[in-house]
Design a protein around this ligand. Sequence first.
Ligand SMILES: [Mg+2]
Length: 318
Amino acid sequence: MGEFELIQRYFRPLSHNRGSEALVLGIGDDCAVQRIPQGRDLVFSIDTMVEGVHFPTRYAPEKLAWRALAAATSDLAAMGANPVCFTLALTLPEPGEPWLDAFAKGLATASKAFGIALAGGDTTRGALSLSIQVHGTVPCGEAITRSGAQGGDLVCVSGTLGDAAGALRYLDSEIGGSDVSALLDRYHHPVPRLELGEALIGVASAAIDVSDGLIADLGHILASSDVGAEVDVYRLPLSSALKRLAGERAVEFALHGGDDYELCVTLPPGKWDELDESVRSALTVIGRIEERAGLRASGTGQQELVNLSGFDHFRSVK
Ligand SMILES: [Mg+2]
């Protein structure tokens, strides 16, 4: 199957218009055309996933498509952006039809779920990897960055942390049960916090998505904002499935585990009371920003959390 046929057959059907005028022209020309409405900024980001590094070898293609698009789209959520479209560069060893069929199905399901349309892409022969560039928009000047956190701000996270990391040991195991399934689902089907991100525009002073682990990602906010933080490890939101399966290690997973794609945000305490109940209930306050540099565990005096790194792209294999 040639590249043209492959694209026509598997990917062109995904190049739908979202019912808006944002994606003027999708797959089929030399470029796609996106219209940026007046008063909005274009927000874009690219994410690469390599087999054996960011996803297991012989990983199910449907799951791969979902995870890759979720991971890429999650960066839009972190900026408070409304998703519009994405491009995909897919490198694969042998374009087997069952694989492509399942991959395209997974991509269609995910793109529908996240409200983001395929606008174009490229396919090449080689070791399996994929790069996804996502496009979204925010009101002009309103993108939530990593650099706005200030002393006194609350540090909050969405959902629960550590579940995807807790799932790693069950990826190839025969162990079943509802707790294991719950963790595996967090690993295979992360859901980018798009609505929450948009709701935090004008509220959050800084935000990031938790892709590499809370310590690593909160660390990026602290470095960009030139501040420190105190985090109460007893307030970390943990799922009951993780608590039951990981016991005391649950906190460790929550601090260091990547792939949860929750949001870590900072906001001035006064803004907390103004938040909609639906937004507040999606967040857990886990600590406070301080002017003093470093990341500390609260209630434990000098205990430093900071010298612990998150996911290392060049060493960890999942
Ligand atoms: Mg990110």
